[in-house]
Write a new protein. Structure first.
Ligand code: SF4
Length: 51
């Protein structure tokens, strides 16, 4: 069964109906050497729509 990623960032070009359609996403630490909560992570695959 394929993994599904629910994502509410609907302004991303990979987003369709609050679901990520990218074949793979890359998630990185967000200005942190060692993340301790989800605020310290970010989706690097995000691309704005219409660009
Ligand atoms: S690429 Fe990242 S930001 Fe864009 S829809 Fe997928 S999970 Fe959300």
């Amino acid at each position: 069964m394929p993994n599904k990623i629910k994502c509410t960032v609907t302004e991303c070009q990979y987003n369709s109906a609050v679901e990520c359609g990218a074949p793979m996403i890359q998630v990185e630490r967000n200005n942190s050497g060692s993340a301790s909560n989800s605020d310290q992570t970010k989706c690097e695959t995000f691309k704005p729509k219409h660009m």
